[in-house]
Design a protein around this ligand. Structure first.
Ligand SMILES: Cc1ncc(COP(=O)(O)O)c(C=O)c1O
Length: 387
């Protein structure tokens, strides 16, 4: 049994408090800041009466997302989950298909796959990026797929792998160019779950831009928030048009007729939320600079205490949405969580692996040794943009 390192944990609490200049108050994990033009833009949207799903701020938000990510097209959605669901449908994922993702992710990734009727298949992550491992993906596909009638089929289930959805964990980019190369070899569409990685780049290119589509979240806990919101980015004009169409109840454009040509969804981002998001996006660079400084301080402090800080690897630039440290084992992780939370510093463990959740426990998995190792050790520490 580990001896509880009370002195060390006390130093951690003290250090976190210093970073946020809060000697006594509760320190949350991540809170939004509204110090730009949020009020002005939201009031402007209200005054315009365009508070719902069309309006100037939705258009502006989509343009800003193209500028930030370098994508040719962006479609605003009501949240990141609906953006993922839409992207999967547009990639052609159907009932009875399978979709590869990582077991170490927020439940929304696997849920969105399940909404299409397809089954998630879980392939391991890399320990350093905590994102889908190209090495494990390659091994899994080599062992699993066979060629049948011009299609790659899962030899164990007889199903088609219809998409691959890596996730950029806590803003740290996965090795997405290598993942792309492997997917291309097997004609598997790549959809990046970049919900957490707005502002993060891999080899100088924005995350979300490597696959057929990339998806973002603007939930209240993200680097930039719309209150609730999402976006799909793509360079494919046809996909962008289809994204707008099916997120707008598949209504055919007409001045007054209500004709819908397929089952569509009410997944549009309201103008009110887009107004908030535009003001927030204007501050993205400042936020990231601020967050990266905090990550530098954490790295130096934790490394001096022999606790591993999970930093970006070569080729990656992280937005450091949520900072993470790696404890010795699950027992020490639990002691760290208990001490910090009892002393007013909010910390959280990484997610329970998707393949352990009731609804996904029948899913096929590869060897998940890295994800299991990380699940026992990773803890998120306070990461808000500091004033
Ligand atoms: C990895 C990941 N995917 C998807 C989502 C879903 O986004 P939203 O909450 O906006 O639906 C989130 C965040 O909440 C997330 O962290």
């Amino acid at each position: 049994m580990n001896i509880v390192k009370t002195d060390l944990f006390e130093e951690v609490v003290e250090f976190v408090r210093q970073q946020f200049d809060e000697p006594d108050a509760f320190i949350p994990l991540h809170v939004p800041r509204f110090e730009g033009k949020e009020r002005e833009y939201v009031m402007d949207a209200i005054d315009s009466t365009f508070v719902s799903s069309v309006g100037a701020y939705v258009d502006k938000f989509e343009e800003m997302m193209c500028q930030i990510t370098g994508a040719k097209h962006a479609t605003a959605t009501v949240n990141g989950t609906s953006a993922l669901h839409t992207a999967l449908l547009l990639a052609g994922v159907e009932k009875r298909d399978e979709v590869i993702t990582q077991p170490l992710t927020f439940v929304a990734t696997a849920n969105a796959i399940a909404y299409t009727g397809a089954k998630p298949v879980f392939v391991d992550v890399d320990r350093d990026t905590m994102g889908l491992s190209p090495y494990k993906l390659k091994r899994f596909l080599t062992e699993t797929l066979i060629r049948q009638d011009d299609n790659w089929i899962n030899r164990f289930t007889g199903k088609r792998i219809a998409a691959c959805v890596p996730m950029h964990t806590f803003g740290l980019p996965a090795r997405v160019d290598e993942i792309r190369e492997i997917c291309d070899r097997y004609d598997i569409p790549l959809i990046e779950d970049s919900a957490e990685s707005l502002g993060s780049t891999w080899k100088g290119r924005h995350t979300g831009g490597f696959g057929t589509m990339g998806v973002f979240s603007f939930n209240g806990n993200k680097t930039v928030t719309a209150g609730g919101g999402g976006a799909i980015i793509t360079d494919d004009e046809e996909l962008a048009k289809r994204a707008k169409h099916i997120t707008t109840t598949a209504k055919k454009p007409h001045k007054w007729e209500y004709v819908h040509d397929e089952i569509g969804y009410n997944y549009r981002m309201p103008n009110l939320n887009a107004a908030l998001a535009c003001a927030q996006l204007e501050q993205l660079d400042t936020y990231i600079e601020n967050k990266r400084k905090l990550a530098d301080s954490y790295r130096e402090f934790f490394n001096s205490k022999e606790i591993e800080f999970i930093g970006e690897i070569e080729s990656a630039k992280s937005n450091y949405w949520l900072n993470a440290v790696c404890l010795e084992d699950r027992e020490q992780r639990d002691q760290f969580l208990a001490y910090t939370n009892e002393h007013g510093v909010m910390t959280r463990p990484i997610w329970c692996l998707m393949n352990k959740l009731e609804m996904f426990k029948e899913s096929q998995t590869g060897d998940l040794s890295n994800a299991e190792w990380l699940e026992d050790r990773i803890v998120n520490i306070p990461s808000s943009v500091r004033l």
